[in-house]
Design a protein around this ligand. Structure first.
Ligand code: NAD
Ligand code: DAU
Length: 333
């Protein structure tokens, strides 16, 4: 059996990966370690309860004790998804990002090197490159993160590399573009706009709405992580992009159109401070390993919208109470 630790597995991408891992790798014994912050949702893992090769541990990656417990009995592969992930929250209060994204990565790396982990995959992000006015970021480009979330992820990304360079830990680093799909917390652009539109609420579009992101369907991301684990070279970084550059305004219109809602639901609101204009990734390195994204953007968007329309029970409880208050204050709606 291969012992696999998935941190942050109750979140959006981590929970997709936990399902993917158990389905694709019958020889894997999977432990999910998750603090269950506001973004961690046990509903995302409910159907795995009782699975013979799966266990869930509630714990903090920034606690050396919790990490030691999660790796008790050893770990062969670690995938570190655990992070504070929302840029707007990092602008409001960066501390939790420093603690979880940086110190949490450190605690995991330390534990991994003392236990002889065979593969440590640090899930990084295209945000570490900062805004890319033209062309596409390559793995060796300079890192110019421009918000506290991105800067914390850049620190963890390079810290992970340093454990390879200094201690020989077999670290792999992936930098993915904007993921979308079912189970994404409705504070991120697509799930926020879809659920608002379903409720006939305004869609708060930042600034002029012309910022560009490259959208990657979450299932394609999971496949890319396997390819990197299996065929990647330790110490190397791999960009993972969907190849779907879209302006935010066009995403907003596409969602409203598909749901048969009026374009007037889009509401221009003040811009995010330090708002990166565009992200774009050059993914030739990962393509050489045999991966390319499979889900056309329109198909992925269709599936995502249908999921939120069919799973009101999943998101309505999230979008009530404290969250709603936070969100209304944030966007002055
Ligand atoms: P998410 O916010 O949906 O989930 C994060 C998970 O981490 C939650 O389950 C949360 O409870 C858990 N967590 C937070 N702090 C923790 C701590 N201290 N200890 C243990 N668990 C903790 O995030 P996501 O969108 O699924 O992103 C997962 C990873 O992928 C992150 O590292 C993120 O930086 C990276 N990433 C995300 C995207 C994207 O578009 N969503 C793109 C590229 C990279
Ligand atoms: O690029 C990868 C990153 O993508 C991940 O590392 C982050 O964890 C993830 O949060 C995401 O960051 P973004 O800032 O790109 O995603 P977000 O969904 O917050 O915003 C996408 C774009 O939409 C961005 O240009 C800001 C804009 N936006 C976002 C929200 C939430 C709006 O116009 N209105 C909104 O209400």
């Amino acid at each position: 059996m291969t012992r696999v630790l998935i941190t942050g597995g109750a979140g959006f991408i981590g929970s997709h990966y936990a399902h993917h891992a158990l389905a694709r790798h019958p020889e894997w014994q999977v432990t999910v370690l998750d603090k269950l912050t506001y973004a961690g949702n046990p509903d995302n893992l409910k159907d795995l309860e009782g699975h013979a090769r799966y266990r869930f541990l509630r714990g903090d990656v920034a606690s050396r004790e919790d990490v030691a417990l999660a790796m008790e009995g050893g770990a062969d592969i670690v995938l570190n998804f655990a992070a504070e992930t929302h840029v707007d929250r990092s602008i409001g209060d960066p501390e939790g990002f420093i603690r979880t994204d940086i110190y949490g990565a450190y605690a995991l790396l330390e534990a991994a090197r003392s236990r002889g982990v065979k593969r440590f995959l640090q899930i990084s992000t295209d945000e570490v490159y900062g805004s890319v006015p033209q062309g596409a970021s390559r793995e060796e480009d300079a890192l110019m993160p421009s918000n506290p979330y991105a800067a914390s992820k850049a620190a963890a990304d390079r810290l992970a590399y340093s454990y390879h360079a200094t201690y020989g830990l077999p670290v792999l680093i992936t930098r993915a573009s904007n993921n979308f799909g079912p189970n994404q917390y409705p504070e991120k652009l697509i799930p926020l706009f879809v659920t608002n539109a379903l409720d006939d609420q305004a869609l708060p579009l930042y600034g002029d709405g012309l910022n560009v992101r490259d959208w990657l369907f979450v299932g394609d991301h999971c496949e890319a992580l396997d390819v990197v684990l299996e065929r990647g070279t330790p110490g190397q970084v791999y960009n993972v992009g969907g190849g779907n550059e879209r302006r935010n305004i066009d995403i907003s219109r596409a969602i409203l159109e598909r749901l048969g809602k009026p374009p007037g639901l889009v509401r221009s609101v003040s811009d995010r401070p330090g708002h990166d204009r565009r992200y774009a990734l050059d993914c030739r390195k990962l393509r050489l390993l045999g991966w390319s994204p499979r889900t056309p953007f329109d198909e992925g968007l269709e599936e995502t919208i249908a999921w939120y329309a069919d799973h009101r029970d999943w998101w309505e409880k999230i979008k009530s109470g404290a969250y709603l208050e936070y969100y209304r204050k944030q966007y002055r709606l």
